[in-house]
Design a protein around this ligand. Structure first.
Ligand code: LLP
Length: 444
């Protein structure tokens, strides 16, 4: 990554390896992303605030297109969605993966071509399906047997909808139990091993309203190794061959989902996209040749790896408390804007910005402002010993599954999203105000 480091700066530039490539260390401890000093953003937009580096998002889209030139790359909107994000993804030539009427509507009303959108969901509501059909979504991924008749009926006698089938290939992968989806002990998909997937495929092929374009799997999230993908791909190709043998049907698409892991702290492993692309392609070509299948078009659905490292969360320190051996640094956000440490035990690397400290580092726990002891943003991190109220803390790799998973806990309101690009900052999503919160409560 191209980090700009001024010569007199401390030797911690390696720590910036997980920050956006545009990150620059400036004199006096200031840090800029996208050409904008973060302290300036705090002053202009207040805190807490999410910052998104537009150039970094676009560059990551391009990296995917470059690594997977023959594949369809669908950005997984659940990681983060806004109208600007929809535009960037579209301009960079990606498709979109959505999992609700809400994500779908936002994308289509922002101008995204519906035929380039895939709809997922283990329990699609009538509203989800109605929106998908009304807006002309490209593909619906069938996740349970009951959806087959539901979608066929909703399409009507003269219609035809492209669908895929979500298959559980029996491969366990992912950064935490809650985000492993490749085996039969979780709610998503239809089993390869118990014949559920094959049975669903048989029924779909018998439905004239449905056009089965291919198979889908998503084995998990925050996966840092290529191997599980290869194993899953082999099994998916095997199922494609069995479908061909049983029905003479050649499925033209194979969607291998997302889940590409990233580093949240300096030194952590990330999935090697180039290796993934090369080895997936080789495995696909080889497997298809061995089975006598034409090579299907590969689709992938990265979310986190597109937007995660492009985001930074910025907080202001409200209190510093010394309790026994512990130092608690409390900031003006917390589990309502980042539930990930509490949910998955993810460890982040907050950093003091806006001033240079020469104080000895001290181990501290960065906590939020919520009424819950589990409201911890970062456990056991090294921060300057003189950290005090009014200081700014920045948390890198905050672009994915932060705002999209933010809650209304304690009615603090969700933070705004500010885009930085080539030296300018602009608001993409405004802060949720008390008025917003009160207006929803009609007082009845
Ligand atoms: N495709 C499907 C069908 C998915 O279910 C997901 C994520 C993705 C693609 C994108 O996965 P990604 O490339 O972003 O890992 N809230 C959790 C992550 C949940 C992922 C759910 N599905 C977290 O904060 O880590």
């Amino acid at each position: 990554m191209a980090i700009t480091v001024l010569p007199e700066m401390p030797a911690d530039a390696g720590e910036l390896s997980i920050w956006p490539a545009s990150t620059a260390l400036l004199p006096h401890g200031a840090l800029a992303v996208g050409g904008v000093p973060l302290a300036e953003i705090a002053a202009r937009f207040d805190t807490p605030v999410y910052i998104l580096d537009e150039g970094e998002v676009r560059e990551r889209c391009r990296t995917y297109r470059g690594a997977f030139p023959e594949a369809g790359v669908l950005y997984a909107a659940k990681a983060f969605l806004s109208r600007a994000m929809v535009r960037w993804v579209q301009e960079e030539g990606l498709g979109l993966d959505v999992c609700s009427a809400g994500e779908l509507e936002l994308a289509v009303t922002a101008g995204f071509p519906p035929e380039r959108i895939v709809l997922h969901g283990n329990a699609k509501s009538p509203r989800d399906l109605a929106a998908a059909l009304r807006l002309g979504v490209g593909r619906i991924v069938i996740d349970s047997p009951s959806e087959i008749a539901r979608i066929a009926a909703a399409v009507g006698p003269d219609g035809r909808q492209k669908v895929m089938v979500r298959v559980v290939p029996g491969v366990s992968a992912g950064g935490h139990d809650k985000i492993r989806t490749g085996t039969d002990d979780q709610k998503f998909g239809l089993s390869l091993t118990d014949g559920g997937a094959h049975h669903a495929i048989t029924r779909i092929i018998g439905q004239p309203q449905l056009e089965l374009t291919g198979l889908h799997c998503h084995i998990g999230s925050q996966i840092t190794e290529v191997k599980p993908y290869l194993m899953a791909l082999r099994r998916m190709v095997g199922l494609m061959a069995r479908v061909r043998d049983a029905y003479g049907v050649l499925l033209p698409e194979l969607d291998m989902g997302g889940g590409h892991g990233i580093a949240y702290r300096h030194g952590e492993a990330a999935l090697d996209l180039t290796a993934l692309a090369r080895r997936l392609r080789a495995e696909l070509v080889e497997g298809c040749a061995a089975a006598g299948l034409a090579v299907p078009r590969l689709l992938i659905e990265p979310g986190r790896a597109v937007v995660g490292p492009a985001g930074v969360a910025l907080y202001r320190v409200l209190a510093v408390k010394h309790t026994g051996e512990k130092v608690f640094v409390a900031v003006d956000g917390g589990m309502s804007d980042n539930p990930r440490p509490a949910l998955y035990g993810v460890r982040y690397a907050p950093r003091l910005i806006g001033r240079r400290s020469t104080a000895e580092p001290r181990t501290a726990t960065v906590v939020g402002r919520h009424c819950e002891a589990g409201d911890i943003l970062a456990e056991a991190v090294e921060l300057p010993g003189d950290i005090h109220p009014g200081d700014l803390l920045a948390v890198p790799v905050a672009g994915a599954y932060h705002l999209s998973m933010a809650s209304g806990y304690n009615l603090v309101g969700r933070p705004p999203v500010v885009a930085v690009h080539e030296g300018t900052a602009r608001l993409l999503v405004r802060r949720e105000t008390f008025e917003d919160l009160r207006n929803r409560d009609i007082g009845g």
